[in-house]
Design a protein around this ligand. Sequence first.
Ligand code: C2E
Ligand code: MG
Ligand code: MG
Ligand code: MG
Length: 288
Amino acid sequence: HAKKQGKNRYFWFEPSMEKELRFRSDLETGIRNGIKNGEFVPYYEQQIDLQSGELMGFEMLARWHSPDLGLVSPEVFIPVAEEIGVIAALSENLIEQAFEDAKGWHSRLTLSVNISPVQLRDPWFSQKLLKLLVKHNFPPERLDIEITESCLHENVGVVKSMITSLKNQGVQISLDDFGTGYSSLTQLRTLPFDRLKIDRSFVGELNDEDASDKIVNAIISLSDGLDLPVTAEGIEDAQILKALKGKGKMKGQGYHYGKPEHAAAVRGRLAAMDLLADHHPEAEDSML
Ligand code: C2E
Ligand code: MG
Ligand code: MG
Ligand code: MG
């Protein structure tokens, strides 16, 4: 039991707390080792033009194949990776894998990657990303980075100059999970976003909740006014898709089109659609 207040006070842990702490430190060790051992892999979710049904590209979503825990969700390991200072290393590792995967896809297909607010605090972030693009010979025009509103109340000046330097190289910038954070609408105007992603919490309720329908309509008219294209996330069924299609031109993604898949499954899908790259980079190399 905790002793009286004072210099020598100590805490007495319940067995359950001890267990939790053990789990947490195992998790941290597991993440550090996992990065070294290549246990983190990119999965990909299709992004579709809703009106034409055409495949436009993929969003990369991180997955951890932990030898101890099985397949772990990014909602578990991303916050821990941020706290223990390994998010940049983890993200760069995943992005490098994704560039290599995406080079095997048709060149009109885009690649979206999620970037943590912690990474955007690094003033060298944009230079690092541009370096990776060069290293893998990946066209910046095919890359879209997704940042969330929580980046924006940090240091808008720094974020703005970073976004601007990436955009100057041709990289696209999307504002992810729009409507769930606390960005001011002014920032939408001052920061040069290319696209706005409507959070799945609004999209998922389009069937039954009147309020969500009004919010989605408001976001769409706002983005129309600002000339910003939109992507709807979390399209789970044909009914939601139909409701969204009635609202105008947009991209969308969600389980209706398929769950995120690993690189080999994506290749299979693209082969069937005749959307693999004409030239395999490996084949080109071996001809030299
Ligand atoms: P997000 O960027 O908003 O990604 C979309 C999430 O929604 C993904 O979850 C995806 O699997 C899920 N989703 C897609 N369609 C549907 C649907 O129809 N219904 C439902 N209920 N869910 C759907 P996931 O893969 O678990 O990722 C969760 C979050 O983790 C992502 O949210 C993103 O913020 C973050 N994340 C994933 N990979 C990375 C990464 O490499 N770096 C960083 N910083 N964050 C990442
Ligand atoms: Mg995203
Ligand atoms: Mg999102
Ligand atoms: Mg979301």
